[in-house]
Design a protein around this ligand. Structure first.
Ligand code: GDP
Ligand code: MG
Length: 168
């Protein structure tokens, strides 16, 4: 059987939980400690989709997202994308459209998913549920609400993306 390998880029403003999401999914760990990056280009995890093995390579940004300085090497060859914002950071929500455009400029049309992370902090939400749903409709992507901290809906995001990728 041929193994499929998929490069996935995780984009969004700083501190929305991108590095944490990658670590949670690939290593099963979470830390409250603020870490800008996971320290390597990507981590990987195998999963099975429709009985076929898929290797997901989850690429972390170098923590330079605040300066719009992500290199072309980061985007090169990306085959799927996670658009991420934080429940408690309105600016990160407003930046999603720009992130999507940036990925499409570099990668063309690839499977994408919208993730509202830090849903455990819903009591302090800076975005209404309807607003998030409206954005997902506008961008024509599925919305997941996740908590990397509580390990809620993280693996579902990547299973969905892998399925979308294989369905293309
Ligand atoms: P990045 O800059 O997007 O890579 O964000 P990080 O992964 O470095 O996370 C920024 C901060 O948010 C860290 O302190 C994480 O522990 C925290 N964090 C990440 N995900 C969650 C979550 O689901 N809930 C909460 N409460 N904190 C989170
Ligand atoms: Mg990071």
């Amino acid at each position: 059987e041929m193994e499929v390998a998929v490069k996935v880029v995780i984009v969004g403003n700083g501190a929305v939980g991108k590095s944490s999401m990658i670590q949670r999914y690939c290593r099963g760990t979470f830390t409250r400690e603020y870490k800008k990056t996971i320290g390597v280009d990507f981590l990987e995890r195998m999963l099975e989709v429709y009985d076929d093995p898929v290797r997901l390579m989850l690429w972390d940004t170098a923590g330079q997202e605040e300066f719009d300085a992500i290199t072309k090497a980061y985007y090169r060859g990306a085959q799927a994308c996670v658009l991420t914002f934080s429940t408690v950071d309105r600016a990160s929500f407003q930046a999603v459209r720009n992130w999507k455009k940036k990925v499409e400029d570099e990668c063309g049309t690839i499977p994408m998913v919208l993730v509202q992370n830090k849903i455990d902090l819903i009591d302090r939400a800076a975005i209404d549920a309807e607003e998030a749903e409206a954005l997902a409709r506008e961008l024509k992507v599925r919305l997941y609400r996740s908590s990397v901290k509580e390990d809620l809906n993280v693996s579902q995001v990547f299973t969905y993306l892998a399925e979308r990728y294989l369905a293309e």
